[in-house]
Design a protein around this ligand. Structure first.
Ligand code: 5GP
Ligand code: MG
Length: 176
């Protein structure tokens, strides 16, 4: 059942614009940046971030994607992130790469994304943007841009809904 709604669609839209401004400020414009979204909701959010950056700066940053999801055992426990596919159709050398995901939890997916990225070249920097940081990190990884910090218990599920895939925008906490 849904325990709480953390963000509605209007709030998410404002958060996305705020993160676009933060990315532009930190990188002194958008000319050096490229976005890499983690499929599927991270990629959707990366496209929106590109839209917002284009609206503000007048140029659209390149976008790539990584398909990384957790391998699960037969009782659906998450075991390890697995890289299924990569799509980085630009040269990452000397670029500031903004990795985008919906939820940051243990940090294992990001670690795997960093490994995959490093096979493509040598970026100037890699920065991490997430809609929700739900805590419980198991690795020394942190996000540079956070939509909202949502302290959660291990049992809870944070649902990031996006209209492109779910028909509406919202962030909800589900239990049980
Ligand atoms: P981590 O690798 O940091 O443990 O988990 C992050 C990855 O798993 C992200 O790609 C994210 O999509 C997914 N994930 C982990 N926990 C949640 C959660 O509570 N809700 C959602 N929507 N995704 C989660
Ligand atoms: Mg994911």
């Amino acid at each position: 059942r849904c325990k709480a709604t953390i963000m509605d669609g209007a709030t998410m839209a404002r958060v996305e614009v705020r993160i676009a401004h933060e990315v532009i400020e930190r990188n002194e414009g958008s000319s050096t940046i490229a976005l890499v979204g983690i499929i599927r909701r991270g990629e959707t959010l990366a496209r929106r971030l590109a839209d917002d950056i284009e609206r503000i700066e007048g140029a659209r940053p390149p976008i790539g994607s990584l398909d990384i999801s957790f391998y699960r055992d037969d009782v659906q426990r998450a075991i390890a992130p697995v890289l299924h596919a990569t799509n980085i159709p630009f040269d990452i050398d000397k670029r500031d790469i903004i990795l985008v995901d919906d939820v940051l939890f243990t940090g294992r997916t990001v670690r795997s994304a960093l490994n995959a990225l490093m096979d493509y070249g040598r970026p100037q920097s890699v920065q991490l943007a997430v809609m929700v940081d739900r805590g419980h990190r198991e690795l020394p990884i942190r996000a540079d841009y956070v939509g909202k910090n949502v302290p959660s218990s291990h049992e809870e599920d944070v649902r990031v809904l996006v209209r492109e895939l779910d028909g509406r925008d919202a962030v909800e906490i589900w239990t049980g």
